[in-house]
Design a protein around this ligand. Structure first.
Ligand code: M6R
Length: 609
């Protein structure tokens, strides 16, 4: 959470900082602020609210400087307010810092500083860092930063400036992302690449414990002992436009429409459409290697966790390995029975989610083999997992995950087919049928996205409801979970997903006249039972919107409305069935006037526990 930027060069810093922060608002948008060294002095400008509020504040009074740092906040310690906005300074105002993460021992440090007479002006954990800089300053910024790092505990990306050394910015990180952009006579710092991509493509990613001294003419990286570190510079090959809205009203809608391409890209090099086989050149597993694996753990958060649940169905049914799926924030606290015969798969779009990373590290500590499924090349998950499968969804900016989810489902299905074949649990014919079905998915999604009028109508009609329910059995249940999350997070409608058979064990009490219930009915083996559950809610006068396959003539007899999706196999159905749910959430959020791309209280990348 929180977005950080920094600039040093010979151009004006403020315009870069504001532009870079606008690309990082997905990381937090409770407040925004910048600090520059203007006429030799630290000048801080910050305020609660979106970046636009800061822009307005600066109109006609833009700070002038060639060095500066900026921050968009996702509040952890201290409510969103002007005083809690970053950057924070020490009492003299000479040391200034921006921070992403949590200083876990800030209370103890704060008490010590207060005992020394320091006065605090915010409720944040970050402010202690600025005061520590002043308290420990020994005339040299780098050595002072090292001293600060020795006393703080927690997770952080930190960027420092001070009046005593006007020609440098210092930054460091632990468990939170930070990238450096290298320019000609200028250098950049950011939490994520979209912030710098308009200025340079030459970047490197900071690793935990590294300290970078960034000047106009170069960047020098060392560890806390002063050992120099040579960083591998790479060229970002994204198109800057890929991170812009490209004519769509919102990133979320753009990303929904990018799903056919995301699917194709994720299949490239893995699906052989002619031979109808799957390969993962990046894994190159052998059947002997897999003999030792007797259990798979899938660990993730939010939408990625929902993809993990689908993955469990795939891996258990096609590869016949027992799979446990865990919410990452719970995993390490339940003493999981992970050992050297376990494979731990962590799924994370960003590859930076703090709990997911912690689960990955815990699995490694327990001796498991680890596999990351992530969308971000060079992310922490990608670097720390033993092996990685990239989803090629392209940058996902909207907080609500859409194309990342469907590519995660696709990756899990391809993986299950691959492992099933290697283990001999999946017959060649069935594998070919599954791969054949996959090849049609991008076109089927494309077709579904051509006409979404019916969904717009439903969103208008039911968008004002306060509660909604999502039901399904088997894989439909897993997709229902994602449908409910999507609706909640962007439209703020209270939504719950249930395994359809579970409803009568309590929740049926909530089904009253007019409540919208979305019933997924794509799974043939449980179809009749799902229809019975549909009738149970109809009998309580719920309004039922069913999702079923084209050609299903029964559903319309029971449901109030039916959204038809192209006919596909049972394992492919989640890839299509989630689409109307994404769109329903999007248009419901629009109907309710919600800020679709930046839902309240949320951030795209959750790098705190
Ligand atoms: O980057 P990650 O995939 O690890 O993020 C996990 C969740 O925070 C994320 O999926 C979240 O639930 C989405 N906002 C849901 O749309």
């Amino acid at each position: 959470m929180c977005g950080i930027v920094g600039y040093i060069g010979s151009k004006q810093a403020a315009p870069f900082l504001l532009d870079g922060m606008s690309k990082l608002e997905y990381r937090g948008y409770d407040s925004a602020g910048i600090a520059v060294l203007e006429k030799g002095q630290v000048r801080v400008e910050k305020c609660v609210g979106r970046l636009d509020a800061l822009r307005q504040k600066l109109e006609g009074n833009m700070p002038e400087s060639v060095i500066g740092i900026g921050h968009t906040r996702w509040a952890t310690h201290g409510r969103p307010s002007d005083r809690n906005s970053h950057p924070h300074t020490d009492s003299s105002g000479k040391f200034v810092v921006v921070h992403n993460g949590i200083i876990e021992n800030y209370l103890a440090l704060k008490e010590e500083l207060i005992a020394k007479g320091v006065e605090f002006s915010s409720d944040t954990d970050t402010e202690v860092v600025a005061h520590l800089m002043a308290d420990l300053f020994d005339g040299d910024m780098e050595s002072t930063v090292k001293k600060v790092l020795k006393v703080i505990k927690g997770s952080y990306s930190l960027v420092f400036m001070c009046e005593a050394e006007q020609d440098k910015i210092i930054c460091t990180k632990k468990d939170n992302p930070l990238v450096i952009g290298l320019g000609e006579g200028e250098n950049f710092i950011a939490s994520d690449i979209p912030a710098i991509i308009n200025h340079t493509r030459r970047t490197f990613i900071m690793s935990d414990g590294e300290i970078a001294t960034v000047t106009k003419d170069g960047v020098w990286v060392q560890d806390i002992e002063g050992t120099p570190i040579n960083k591998k510079v790479f060229e970002v090959n994204w198109n800057a436009e890929a991170a812009e809205k490209g004519g769509f009203e919102h990133f979320m809608l753009k990303e929904i429409y990018e799903q056919p391409k995301a699917m194709r890209d994720t299949m490239t090099g893995r699906v052989n459409a002619e031979e109808k086989t799957i390969t993962f050149p990046e894994l190159n597993w052998t059947s002997e290697e897999l003999q030792g694996i007797n259990k798979i753990f899938i660990v993730a958060c939010g939408t990625a966790y929902h993809a993990g649940i689908v993955g469990k169905y795939y891996l258990e049914q096609l590869a016949r390995v027992p799979v446990e799926v865990d919410i990452a924030s719970e995993f390490r606290y339940r003493s999981p029975l992970v050992d050297g015969n376990s494979l731990c798969i962590v799924i994370s779009q960003s590859g930076e989610t703090s709990d997911t990373l912690a689960a990955l590290r815990e699995s490694k500590r327990l001796g498991a083999r680890t596999l990351g499924v992530t969308n971000v090349v060079g992310s922490s998950v990608a670097r720390e997992a033993d092996q990685v499968i990239y989803t090629y969804a392209g940058p996902e900016i909207a907080v609500a995950s859409t194309k990342a989810y469907t590519t995660q489902l696709l990756a899990m299905l391809m993986l299950a087919i691959y492992v099933g074949r290697l283990r001999g649990t999946l017959a060649e014919e069935q594998a070919k049928e599954l791969v054949g079905g996959l090849a049609s998915i991008p076109e089927q999604i494309h077709k579904m996205l051509e006409d979404v009028d019916q969904i717009k109508v439903f969103a208008r009609e039911y968008g004002s409801c306060e509660d909604a329910f999502f039901l399904g059995r088997s894989l439909d249940y897993a997709v229902a979970l994602e449908g409910a999350l999507k609706l909640k997070e962007i439209s703020y409608i209270h939504a719950e997903a249930y395994a359809a058979g579970e409803l009568k064990h309590g929740t049926l009490a909530l089904i009253v006249s007019g409540v919208p219930v979305i019933v997924l009915a794509t799974q043939e083996d449980v179809y009749d039972k799902t229809v019975s559950n549909l009738q149970e809610v109809k009998a309580r006068e719920a309004v039922v919107i069913a999702i079923g396959f084209e050609g299903d003539t029964s559903l319309a007899k029971y449901a109030d409305h039916v959204i038809y999706i192209p006919k596909t196999g049972k394992y492919h159905a989640p890839l299509l069935a989630v689409l109307p749910l994404q769109l329903l959430s999007y248009y419901a959020a629009l109907t309710r006037g919600c800020d679709v791309d930046k839902p309240r209280n949320l951030a795209k990348s959750v790098t705190v526990e």
